[in-house]
Design a protein around this ligand. Structure first.
Ligand code: G2I
Length: 445
């Protein structure tokens, strides 16, 4: 049986001339790596002291996702105050393993801090984009792929967006988030992630249409995550659904795999793995926890290791499917747009100076403005900046703006008006058309 599988793999590899080696590896990560893929797990900072847990983690996986630690409620518990302690624990665990780190999740209607739940309209839009910018900047250069937006589509047959406070800020909130994420970390792949999109259905088609639209308009999206929280069956068109997204030019990833324990668990795990292996643009698979006892699906025993850390039948079926090989993942890095950093001049005492960094694309830009205090520090500041003709400001974070075209002025918000002598703060805005090229004026007070 094993021999027959190996022979089939060789014939297949030879016929398509992109080779996934059929040499057997003995761990999930090493086996996935043979075809340029990763095999990851969602992990919890609170469990990193558990030797059985970290033993399996270090041995088996070459990617990690924070189960909760990089979510909005964890990273910005009060507005403008960012806490990265637990997120950094996950990051450092991943770095110590040489693993890819999937960031999860910048914007989601769940697990929002209560202050954000209480916002709406432009205040929420600005807060959300600021959150994306700040968190993606903190982890800049370290994240393989970000779930920029999670679960924004409705269940059922509508194929429409889910109602949420974020959706009520305007249908363009998702593309604004992707643009802000690209500006903050041009090296991370930017993903849209959802559940119940694992086969061809109204919901996955809604996502498909959004991705197609984004690709046609140059909105920066690199990948789509299929959570794959599965019950006792797998959609018959699971692989063809992955393929139709891949054909749009995005990487596809299985991001939160777990499967109810029942007669079919090992078979379903193998089918998911084979589907990813068969789609060259499928970058990898992440299971949502390590042992059954670590799962959010209490009592369903949906993972690859039992509560004692022993490998289950599902583990073996996944490993065999990985070792059977498949077309190699091309692992293309996302396109990056250069960020220009103009020189900052030293402002005089009691005054301030401002400089702009731009990240532009065809039809729009994100600007980051640095406000630097002179040798006396400032208590309050106003920046004025002429926008080129045809440019219009669409959102601002960490400042309030007056006007959206022509010369726009920006004033500090409550938490960033005071800047110590020689120190600086930054605010940002997004606009349509060409970005500003003039040097901004800055007035203190
Ligand atoms: O719900 C399963 C997953 C669906 N897709 C997005 C994922 O981010 C989501 O993960 C789960 C975590 O596995 C749970 O651990 O998201 C839940 C929140 O919606 C997480 O549960 C929360 C509990 O609700 C909190 O009470 C608890 O404080 O976990 C927190 C940390 O343990």
């Amino acid at each position: 049986m094993l021999l027959a599988t190996a022979v089939t793999g060789v014939v297949f590899a030879a016929s398509v001339a992109v080779i996934g080696t059929a040499d057997a590896a003995s761990t999930l990560g090493a086996s996935a790596a043979q075809t340029g893929r990763y095999f990851g797990a969602a992990i919890a900072a609170g469990k990193l002291g558990d030797a059985t847990y970290t033993g399996i983690l270090n041995r088996e996986f070459n990617a990690v996702t924070p189960e909760n630690e990089m979510k909005w409620d964890a990273t910005e518990p009060s507005q403008g105050r960012f806490t990265y302690t637990n997120g950094d624990r996950i990051l450092n665990q991943g770095i110590s393993m040489g693993a890819k780190i999937r960031g999860h999740a910048l914007l989601w209607h769940q697990q929002q801090p209560s202050w954000a739940q209480g916002l709406s309209g432009s205040a929420l839009r600005s807060a959300a984009l600021n959150h994306v910018t700040q968190v993606a900047t903190h982890y800049r250069g370290k994240i393989y792929a970000w779930d920029v937006v999670n679960e924004a589509f409705a269940d059922g047959g509508s194929g429409a967006r889910r109602d949420s406070n974020l959706q009520r800020t305007g249908n363009d909130w998702i593309e604004a988030a992707f643009r802000a994420a690209r500006a903050a970390d041009p090296g991370a792949k930017l993903c849209y992630n959802d559940y119940n999109t694992d086969g061809v259905n109204a919901k996955s088609t809604g996502v498909y249409n959004m991705v197609k639209d984004f690709k046609s308009r140059g909105v920066p999206i690199d990948c789509v995550g299929f959570q794959s929280h599965l019950g006792t069956s797998i959609p018959g068109d699971y692989q063809s659904n992955l393929q139709r997204f891949a054909d749009l030019g995005v990487e596809v990833q299985i991001t939160e795999l777990d499967v109810a324990q029942g007669g079919n668990q090992a078979t379903i795990y193998a089918a998911v793995t084979r589907a990813c292996m068969a789609v060259s643009r499928c970058g990898g698979i992440t299971v949502w926890g390590i042992r059954d006892s670590d799962s959010w699906r209490t009592g369903e025993n949906p993972l690859l290791f039992d509560a004692s850390g022993n490998k289950k039948a599902a583990y073996t079926s996944v490993l065999n499917a990985l070792n059977a090989g498949g077309p190699t993942n091309p692992t293309t890095p996302p396109p990056t747009t250069p960020v220009t950093s103009p020189p900052t001049s030293n402002p005089p005492s009691g005054a301030c100076a401002a400089s702009v960094s731009l990240n532009s694309w065809s039809g729009g830009y994100v600007a980051t403005v640095r406000v630097t205090a002179g040798s006396a520090g400032v208590n309050g500041w106003t920046v004025s900046l002429p926008l080129p003709s045809g440019s219009a400001l669409t959102s601002t974070w960490n400042a309030t703006n007056t006007g959206t075209t022509g010369t726009v002025t920006f004033h500090n918000v409550s938490y960033n008006g005071q800047i110590a002598a020689g120190g600086y703060t930054e605010f940002g805005f997004q606009g349509t058309g060409a970005g500003p090229t003039a040097t901004p004026g800055c007035a203190a007070g």
